[in-house]
Design a protein around this ligand. Sequence first.
Ligand SMILES: *Cc1c(COP(=O)(O)O)cnc(C)c1O
Length: 410
Amino acid sequence: MLGKIDPVISELIKGETRREKETVNLIASENYVSRAVLDAVGSLLTNKYAEGYPGKRYYDGCNIIDRIELIARQRLIKLFNADHANVQPHAGSQANMAVYLSVLKPQDTILGMDLAAGGHLTHGAKINFSGMVFNSVYYGVNRETEQLDYDEILRIAEETKPRMIVCGASSYPRIIDFKKFSEIAKKVGAYLCADIAHIAGLIAAGLHPSPVEHAEFVTGTTHKTLRGPRGGFILCQSRFASQVDRAIFPGIQGGPLVHVIAGKAVAFKEAMTRSFVSYQKKIISNSRYMACELAKRNYRIVTGGTDNHLILIDLRNKKITGIAAQQILGEAGITVNRNAIPFDPLPPNIASGIRVGTAAITTRGMGKKEIDRIINFIDEALSYQNNPSQLRLLRKRIKAFASQFPIHAR
Ligand SMILES: *Cc1c(COP(=O)(O)O)cnc(C)c1O
């Protein structure tokens, strides 16, 4: 049908399907959803307006939508053992925005992880609402260990007296000690918001300590390691439930994306299975193996390793910038993103490193053997900077390799 009505968009979707099938995806924030999730998100639920919450809608005809949203909420609460859940945030950014607006006033101080050190835009970056509306101050990582330094974070918190501390990151390869963060927050009288966007799947599977008992607010995305549709969620303690719900609607959003909420419900169900736990274990074992093997080939791994699904590679000794590596690997059929390394001497749009993750390739069933091949491909691609004909041949080999590992399409 789509092909008839709109052949241009139809062909572009086919093109993207081919691209996803024929490339190796090492983008740490991406994944491939199940056919069941695709079915839910591609359903006619997109037709329905459902402003409000179950039992308190502004439109009629929401009784089935109510059941879907309640199921999604209940599953999420069970998955993370939380008091209250909101499954309406359109994305992780909206989840963070709603949490801030639920208990803060404009100009209040928020202390978050510096974007340059691995934090997210919404943790107080000046170009983001979080840095425009609030007085944002930052912590980074220790220069020696390249890891969070909790004594230093406490010192900054005591000095800046934030109303809210935000922990969690977009490119931090190590365990985050949520308990220590909560001790710091208590000491300075701040709320704690733990943003688990990247590691939600690992936490749901019990492979990374959970912040739920330590933080008043937990925010996250459903589309990264959690392997659901593109979207966000909020967990909070009961006493903040109505404030958080009001901050999402009517605070910053109108009607929720109910087709996406149905997709989230499906993903939460999948995340409660034993096979999801073994998937998450495999993400970590793949990531550790990859970091080790890369190090053997003289790639400098930031912090010396990884505890989660991602690896940050400092490319300075390889005499190539992050942007150049991203581009040449992309041409070869391996997608990664350039990433600043701690204390990066280069500007972030060039960057000295790349970030790679194993969530997506693990979904495709890849293991050690395939990672060995991928590292060979990376080595080769980076050596073909001035050799377009070799690069084209490599692209063909990578396409043949990736095509052996199917993904769900619709
Ligand atoms: C990905 C991410 C988000 C949310 O991103 P959206 O693109 O808005 O869904 C929020 N926080 C962190 C730490 C992230 O990595």
